[in-house]
Design a protein. Structure first.
Length: 80
């Protein structure tokens, strides 16, 4: 699994955990729905740390919390 797959898995897991729809996450994070969809369908190769930071705001977590999880454990190669 590459970094892009792990990123999508993490977003999906947080949406389930926080009981957020993609639409609600988009609204709460101020990340346009189109951008979120492109991240989730992997047509955006590198969403950027600022976008991830906004998503974290929508989830009401820190960047550290986002990346400090089982999904990212042991990942050595962040290439896509």
């Amino acid at each position: 699994m590459n970094a892009q797959d792990i990123l999508v898995e993490r977003i999906n897991n947080l949406c389930k955990e926080k009981r957020l729809t993609y639409y609600t996450l988009s609204y709460k994070s101020a990340v346009p729905m189109g951008t979120l969809v492109h991240i989730l369908n992997k047509s955006t190769i590198n969403p950027g740390i600022l976008t991830i930071g906004k998503l974290c705001d929508g989830f009401d977590i820190t960047l550290k919390d986002f990346f400090d999880c089982p999904e990212f454990e042991g990942i050595e190669d962040f290439s896509v």
